[in-house]
Design a protein around this ligand. Structure first.
Ligand code: UD2
Length: 330
């Protein structure tokens, strides 16, 4: 897919057709942990029409208002044994999206990151074993650390640079272990840089939501370093697509990258967002983040060939639908 980021004209009619239409499980009992969060709530939206969907969320970072009205909400902490048992009872499939997602937060509180990203995942896997439920697990490109080669394939060396990356690597490996040791059906999805509707803009969130928020408010767009660092930004609609394919494919014990195979520099991202939002903001360069990764781009050939996945939302369109003039994708 070739993208032309110099042409940033806003097309006010642009909209995104969900890339998950027509695929995914039907007639199942499904648990989505973190179903009030950015990614989990979109997974729920894609499932409610054809399945009985439960959401487990403590709403510390997610929101009840994100949860589709047709889903049943269990409000509680997944680390509480009784709560998890209630949520998992009778489940056919679990989408485990709940996590302490921020790298920064994990550095501030590694023990909490470990509890939420590793211990809770082992609990979910263990309950899934009892229920004989299939588990689709949210992992992260953070497990690779600074890449030695691009694009990053699934067997690239893993050198995580934060408690978050370490914890996600452990969770990722636990999913494989549960498959190999106990025959549990698991699939692990390693998200690259996710963006889309409902991504909250704050100090702990992704750069797309931060830049859009700054551009809309006329505040300086804060590029860290010289902006030459690049990321593979993946729209949440395509993340949902990957989840649905992972839930239904005749594949188990495998891990897949979920990205686009393309990358864009942070400098260019700032310019594109500035133009789409038609902002009065100026681009402001500040100190480079310590331990920042300079380049990240997914090799998506494995998920393309084994799950039939393909990214459908190009970055330009995805960003346009996030601008205030266009609320066509919710
Ligand atoms: C993201 C995820 C992380 C993990 C990883 C996978 C977030 C917050 N983090 O880490 O959880 O999944 O991807 O590889 O989603 N930047 C600026 N200005 C800002 C904010 C960020 O220039 O105001 C830069 C930052 O220095 C970095 C790039 O944007 O070079 C991306 O930063 P990020 O925090 O959105 O995501 P990343 O890749 O560190």
């Amino acid at each position: 897919m070739v993208q032309n980021f110099d042409d940033t004209t806003v097309d006010s009619d642009s909209s995104i057709r969900p890339s998950w239409e027509g695929i995914g499980p039907k007639g199942k009992s499904i648990l989505v942990t973190g179903g009030g969060g950015f990614i989990g709530s979109h997974v729920v939206d894609s499932l409610v029409e054809h399945n009985e969907v439960r959401v487990l969320d403590n709403f510390t970072s997610g929101f009840r208002s994100n949860v589709h009205p047709d889903a049943t909400v269990i409000e509680g902490d997944m680390r509480n044994e009784a709560v998890l048992e209630e949520a998992m009872a009778g489940a056919d499939i679990v989408f485990h999206e709940a996590a302490l997602v921020s790298v920064t937060k994990s550095i501030e509180a590694p023990k909490q990151s470990h509890e939420m990203n590793v211990s809770a995942t082992v609990d979910v896997l263990d309950h899934a074993r009892r229920e004989d439920a299939r588990v689709v697990l949210a992992s992260s490109a953070a497990i690779y650390g600074a890449p030695q080669s691009l694009p990053i394939s699934e067997d690239h060396p893993k050198n995580p640079m934060s408690p978050y990356g370490l914890d996600k690597l452990m969770a990722d490996r636990y999913a494989r272990f549960y498959h190999e040791q106990y025959g549990l059906e698991t699939v692990t999805l390693r998200y690259f840089n996710a963006y889309g509707p409902r991504q909250v803009a704050n100090a702990y969130s992704g750069v797309v939501s931060i830049f859009i928020d700054q551009a809309q408010n006329g505040e300086p767009i804060t590029v860290e370093g010289d902006g030459s660092q690049a990321r593979d930004f993946i729209h949440v609609s395509d993340i949902v697509q990957a989840n649905l394919r992972a839930a239904t494919a005749d594949v188990s014990g495998e891990a897949f990258n979920v990205g686009t195979g393309n990358s864009i520099t942070i400098q260019k991202l700032a310019n594109v967002i500035h133009s789409i939002v038609d902002s009065k903001s100026e681009v402001y360069y500040r100190e480079v983040r310590s331990d920042d990764i300079s380049q990240s781009r997914a090799d998506i050939s494995k998920i393309e060939s084994m799950l039939g996945y393909g990214p459908t939302v190009d970055l330009q369109t995805g960003l346009e639908t996030l601008s205030p003039e266009n609320k066509s994708v919710k």
